[in-house]
Ligand binder design. Structure first.
Ligand SMILES: [Zn+2]
Length: 181
């Protein structure tokens, strides 16, 4: 079976470099080596905890329904983190056809996490976090969102984070071999 051009048979190496498996989303998600601020941001989106406009409207809070990034009407969570034209430009270089999948956000993220390599899983979570930050910059500070800048900054941020947090190099003791006098 093909999902977005990716084989969904367990145990096979996908074109994204990840070995598909049946790990739960939680274990793949929380096992990613990223700071909690990144994981908590995406986790809130997964659980529907963000006070985005659609949710505020459902609670009868009177707010505009347009997306903070593209100004289109948006009433579903998937819009901001995947279907928004700006978000799709940010995600497509990493995800290809997966960025077009029309699934509920948790199911979509599980699909992505299942086929991506460990490093690309980290990239995806950092990009989703960056989308949320870009949205806030636009909504609260009226900063224009350039999708290429978001991608480059997210890439540099991840590289820097990995560089600073790489495990210490184990330097083994070099013992000189005893030689007969
Ligand atoms: Zn949008």
């Amino acid at each position: 079976m093909l999902i977005g051009g990716v084989k969904s048979i367990g145990g096979q190496v996908s074109k994204f470099g990840g070995v598909q498996n049946h790990h739960t989303l939680d274990s793949q998600f929380w096992g990613t080596k990223l700071p909690n601020k990144v994981k908590l941001c995406v986790w809130k989106a997964l659980k529907g905890f963000f006070p985005i406009r659609s949710r505020l409207l459902s609670r009868l809070v009177d707010v505009p329904v347009h997306c903070g990034l593209c100004q289109q009407d948006s009433k579903v969570d998937e819009h901001l983190f995947r279907d928004c034209v700006v978000s799709r430009r940010i995600l497509t270089p990493l995800l290809g056809q997966l960025a077009q999948q029309q699934l509920p956000f948790p199911a979509w993220l599980k699909l992505c996490m299942g086929v991506l390599s460990s490093h690309k899983r980290s990239e995806l979570l950092v990009l989703l976090w960056s989308i949320w930050k870009a949205r806030n910059d636009k909504v609260w500070h009226d900063k224009a969102c350039d999708h290429l800048k978001v991608i480059v900054r997210a890439h540099l941020w991840l590289q820097n984070y990995l560089q600073v947090n790489r495990p210490p190099v184990q330097i083994g003791r070099q013992r000189s071999k005893w030689m007969k006098p």
